[in-house]
Design a protein around this ligand. Structure first.
Ligand code: AP5
Length: 217
């Protein structure tokens, strides 16, 4: 599939275990987006022995809490800056309203050779540039009990410090209290595609794929 011209940002949101990572892998395979998973970037940073934020990130993830926005935004921004691509699939972000508001002020500055620099509001990279809004949001809407069973099963082998029943319950609570309002925020802008996702990964993807193909038209 030929990637459309111009910068495209798509957010993939949904509860813990709704299948964000699984569906993003399928999208990347077919459409070549650069996939940035907030959770993966934070876990990578946590394991980086040179990071000053490692211990703090670990504490938040273990508690199922949202890591301070500044840390997460910095990691995503850095990856976008380093990328030569201009089509981004951002998974698990924004996860609370301050992140959504922050990204609405995000600006991508076209650099030479299709390189982009990302700026947020009044921060140090603030340059004159064009504001980029997400094209749309994929909201993977899944039954809580289904998500819980998926995560408990994955927890048997994942080694993730947050795949245990106690933390899983906390992650659901945070999702309901802090992340659902983000979906409402974008819903008001008519940018949200709600995808029911209790069926198999392939069946869920059949509902997502046409939306991506629509970007080329
Ligand atoms: P994150 O890594 O984003 O975790 P999550 O949102 O809880 O979601 P998961 O990665 O567990 O699940 P997923 O929806 O990707 O599903 P997956 O495809 O893996 O975040 C972890 C933590 O990092 C947060 O709690 C927070 O502390 C921090 N964090 C993350 N983002 C942040 C942000 N923006 N700001 C601050 N802090 C942040 O699938 C799950 C399982 O189900 C797999 O085993 C899979 O094989 C299976 N599966 C998937 N789809 C199906 C299907 N359709 N049918 C059957 N099985 C399926």
């Amino acid at each position: 599939v030929k990637a459309p011209e111009g910068t495209i940002v798509i957010f993939v949101l949904g509860g813990p275990g709704s299948g964000k990572g699984t569906q993003c892998n399928k999208i990347v395979k077919d459409f070549g987006f650069v996939h940035l998973s907030a959770g993966d970037l934070l876990r990578e940073e946590q394991q980086n022995p040179n990071s000053k934020d490692g211990d703090l990130i670990k504490t938040y993830i273990k508690e199922g809490k949202i890591v301070p926005t500044e840390i997460t935004v910095k990691l995503i921004s850095k990856k976008m800056q380093e990328s030569k691509s201009n089509i981004f699939l951002i998974d698990g972000f924004p996860r609370k309203l301050d992140q959504a508001e922050c990204i609405s002020g995000v600006t991508l500055v076209p650099m030479a050779f299709q390189h982009y620099r990302i700026t947020t509001g009044a921060d140090i990279w603030n340059l004159d540039s064009e504001v980029v809004e997400p094209h749309f949001i994929l909201f993977l809407d899944c039954d809580k009990e289904v998500m819980k069973q998926r995560l408990l099963k994955r927890g048997e082998t994942s080694g993730r410090i947050d795949d245990n029943i106690e933390t899983i319950e906390k992650r659901f609570k945070v999702f309901e209290e802090e992340s659902l309002p983000v979906i409402e925020y974008f819903g008001e802008k008519e940018k949200v595609h709600r995808i029911p996702c209790t069926e198999s990964p392939d069946e869920v993807y059949l509902k997502i794929r046409p939306l991506l193909e629509g970007l080329n038209k």
